[in-house]
Design a protein around this ligand. Structure first.
Ligand code: FES
Length: 325
């Protein structure tokens, strides 16, 4: 019997490609699957440049008898986890945790609108399937820039039918969030998973239509930078430490590898736990989180180390600040 914090052995039993960049992984835990709610994720031990690390992946769809399913997009440049996973072959031995849920579906709302961007479909598919089974008033809007960025299309069509709509920008069918939200009841619940910039657009559309932000529940993934990734330096005078952060590696991981402990939880720029003070800045900060306010981002006095980066220079930081202080 496993606790949800335990690590356990698992086998990669099958993979299935969904277009050129997205692969579905079927993972069988050695001791059998544990029950989970939609929105749950598992942690997976990965190897990044010879260093052990951990990545979280949402579980796809409703629970199956013997396997967990995750879908992973091979992002370029990658923080390393997606590249490592895409190199695995069926039969590979993995280390995973039991499912945990930081993105639960709340039942009882009069209406539900689920909005997915790209690979953000993964936690929302199971939610949509549960809501449809329960006969809830529900719509899933699934948007992507290119057709190749859509995942799980046949499963969505087969299980959700007319409850799901697809929006593909390259086909001239871009999702107009304000039009999609028009007429949505103020007591309805909205669930979102996608890039941080799409979340910002959704929040603006909700504000414009008078929909309360309290009805929005979301997860993001931290690939939404405004600038291309490049190397930058980070200096901590209090500890006498300086590290270089290369493209494809987060500032949090680089600090951790240098023995600098920074607390973290979501590693997606949402919880703020990894936020550190910026004492001095050379160049600019590409803020990629959804935790700091627009005002705080303009001030450049703090940075979320898990997703945000410096460009054209580096940062002098202090690691003593904590979210909630
Ligand atoms: S760990 Fe949550 S914002 Fe960085």
């Amino acid at each position: 019997m496993h606790d949800r914090n335990d690590w356990m052995d698992a086998d990669l039993v099958a993979t299935r490609d969904h277009g050129p960049d997205i692969r579905l992984f079927e993972i069988a835990p050695a001791d059998g699957v544990m029950a989970y709610e939609p929105g749950s994720h598992i942690n997976l031990a990965v190897d990044i440049d010879g260093q052990p690390d951990v990545r979280s992946y949402s579980l796809v769809g409703l629970p199956r008898r013997n396997i967990y399913r995750i879908a992973v997009k091979h992002v370029q440049p990658s923080r390393g986890g997606s590249a490592w996973l895409h190199n695995l072959l069926p039969g590979a031995r993995l280390r995973i945790t039991a499912p945990r849920n930081h993105f639960p579906l709340q039942h009882g709302a009069g209406s539900y609108l689920l909005i997915a961007g790209g690979i953000g479909i993964t936690p929302l598919l199971g939610m949509a399937q549960v809501l449809k089974q329960r006969g809830a008033d529900m719509r899933l809007l699934y948007a992507a820039r290119r057709r190749r960025d859509l995942a799980l299309v046949s499963e969505i069509e087969a299980t959700l039918g007319e409850h799901a709509s697809f929006f593909i920008s390259e086909d001239g069918n871009r999702l107009d969030l304000q039009a999609a939200l028009a007429g949505f009841p103020v007591d309805g619940d909205i669930y979102f998973c996608g890039p941080a910039r799409m979340l910002q657009s959704l929040r603006e559309a909700m504000t414009a239509l008078g929909l309360p932000q309290s009805s929005l529940r979301f997860e993001t993934f931290g690939s939404g930078g405004l600038k291309p990734e490049e190397s930058f330096w980070v200096r901590i005078p209090r500890l006498g430490v300086e590290v270089m952060v290369p493209p494809g590696r987060s500032m949090l991981d680089a600090l951790d590898a240098a023995g600098v402990e920074v607390m973290s939880e979501c590693r997606r720029g949402e919880c703020g736990l990894c936020t550190v003070d910026v004492v001095a800045l050379e160049g600019e900060i590409d803020h990629r989180d959804v935790f700091l306010s627009d005002h705080q981002k303009r001030e450049n006095s703090r940075i979320c180390a898990c997703v945000s980066r410096a460009v054209q220079g580096g940062l002098v930081i202090d690691t003593s600040w904590r979210a909630g202080q």
